[in-house]
Structures are given as C-alpha cells and as structure tokens.
Write a protein that binds this ligand. Structure first.
Ligand code: PXP
Length: 242
C-alpha cells in the first residue's frame, strides 16, 4: 500500500523568529531539515496579518527549498494574487479570522462561493493542486468535489484531537470523520487530515486508511525542542504508516 504522506507545518519556526525580530530560526533551514528527514512537503500559512510566515519567506522557500510547498491561504484577492505569482505546488484554502489564535474550524463553503470557485479554476490552470480545509460533513465534501472541483480536501481534526488529548470519549467523532472520509474517497477526492495532531491522535487517526496526507505543525515543532526536528518527523512518519 502507498505510504501516507507527511506535511510539516513550519509556521511556528517563523513564530519563534518573529518573537525576537531576528532572522533566526530560519524557516528555509526547517524546510531543508524536513526534506532530509523524510517529510513529503512543508506547509506555510500566509496570514493577512503576517504573524508568522511572511511574503519573503514564501519567496525564499519557493526559490531555494527542494521540497513541495503547501501554501495555506484565505480566499481573498490579495492571497489569490500572491498564489498566482508564486505558483506553490499545493494550495489549501482555510478560513481566517483576525483575532483567532489558530484556524478554528473548517471553511464555510457557502460564503463567497462564486469567488472561491473562480479563483480555484484559475489557480488549478496555473498548476497548483487545490485543497479545501473542511469539517467532516458529507454536504461539504459534495460541494468540494462537484461545485468547486477541488483535487483534495483536508479534514479539520481539531475536535477529535482535543477529545483524545483530554482523555475524553472520541468514538462518535471518529465515526463521523471516517464516514466523511470514506464518502469523499468514493466520489474521487483525495483526503488529508490536519489540526491539533499529536503522536497519540496520529496513532488513532492513521487507522483510517483513506487518509493520504497528514499536515502537522504545532506539536511536531514543539516536540523538536526536546528531540530535534529530524526525530519528531521520523516519529510521525512511523506512526502514520504503522
Ligand atoms: N492544516 C491546516 C489546514 C491548518 O490550518 C493547520 C494550522 O495552521 C494545520 C494543518 C496544522 O495544525 P497544527 O499546527 O495544530 O498541527
């Protein structure tokens, strides 16, 4: 069976850099480490407020890194223009609220529907693979495939990960996610998963064979402080392909 891919979200390398306004730690160095240690892609979220990754990071990563780049963006004119310019390998549309600490939920696919569809068509023609970050809902999967013509969806795993990490019952949420994923595959979508994933939740979610890609950031970068980024990537690669 084909291995599940691991995308490493390196936003928080930039968070640490920005905390001191210096030019280190360097996201490009993190991307190079990610490649060397077996990650399949790196994810960066260019936020409207540029609180972690900035435009120059995208430029440098696109020019110098040798690993596919998954650019997360909100569906705005500004981000559309940037994505057209830099042609990242992958693009994942995410919702964005200025005051949130992190991406709190999946996209509202009814909001600005026609605009999103229009820019997806253009970005696909421009050569980027398109994913939508959504909740595990059958309706959203149908819209992603048949209205937006997305290549993939990423299922927001924040809720189940929080239940797992707080030692609560996660079975209902697991069933809901699995059902949505199996449905998504049956209509021809490639399925990814991301948000809040730790070693423990990765172990549980990787039982869903139809997940083809995991995108993991905060816990992975956090654990790197103790074990090194190479080790934390290897740990996750092993777990998701157990
Ligand atoms: N996938 C998407 C679409 C995200 O927005 C994020 C957070 O930026 C992640 C994955 C990574 O989540 P975490 O940092 O909690 O692992």
């Amino acid at each position: 069976m084909k291995k599940k891919r691991l995308g490493v979200n390196i936003d928080h390398v930039a968070t640490v850099r920005n905390a001191r306004g210096e030019n280190y730690p360097d996201p490009l160095r993190a991307a190079n480490f990610a490649k060397t240690h077996g990650a399949d892609s790196v994810t960066i979220h260019l936020r409207e407020d540029r609180r972690h990754i900035n435009d120059n990071d995208l430029k440098v990563l696109k020019k110098k890194s040798k690993i596919p780049i998954n650019l997360e963006i909100a569906a705005t004119n500004e981000m559309f223009r940037i994505a057209m310019k830099y042609k990242p390998d992958f693009i994942c549309f995410v919702p964005e609220k200025r005051k949130e600490i992190t991406t709190e939920g999946g996209l509202n696919l009814d909001y600005n529907k026609q605009f999103l569809k229009k820019i997806i068509t253009k970005l696909k023609k421009n050569g980027s693979r398109i994913s939508l970050f959504i909740e595990p809902k059958i309706r959203d999967l149908k819209l992603a495939k048949f209205y937006f013509n997305a290549d993939c969806v990423e299922i927001h795993t924040g809720k189940i990960c929080r239940l797992i990490n707080n030692k609560k019952n996660y079975q209902n949420e697991f069933r809901k996610i699995k059902k949505a994923i199996d449905f998504g595959v049956s209509i021809g979508l490639e399925i990814h998963a991301g948000h809040g994933i730790t070693y423990k939740s990765a172990r549980i979610l990787s039982k869903i064979i139809n997940i083809k890609e995991f995108n993991i950031g905060h816990f992975l970068i956090g654990d790197s402080i103790f074990v090194g980024i190479g080790r934390s990537i290897k740990n996750f690669k092993k777990i998701i392909n157990q």
